[in-house]
Ligand binder design. Structure first.
Ligand SMILES: [Zn+2]
Ligand SMILES: [Zn+2]
Length: 68
């Protein structure tokens, strides 16, 4: 799959990820990656942050739509 944003600009860049919202292919330059932190809770112990986070890849358009 090719990067959709690059394709619009007439470039032919191999996609490295896919927007989870609209599904367009994105190269590393155009993907917006957001890491969603995972928290492990267990009453009565305070929550502690896990080292793992879930990557979310968004295209610039969806990123803008979600973040204003
Ligand atoms: Zn690109
Ligand atoms: Zn998108």
């Amino acid at each position: 799959m090719k990067c959709y944003v690059c394709a619009i600009n007439g470039q032919n860049t191999e996609a490295a990820g896919i927007c989870i919202v609209c599904g367009m292919g994105l190269c590393t330059e155009h993907m917006k990656r957001e890491d969603v932190d995972l928290w492990e809770g267990g009453y009565p112990f305070p929550s502690r942050k896990l080292k793992k986070s879930l990557p979310r890849i968004l295209c610039p358009e969806c990123y803008t739509a979600l973040h204003g």
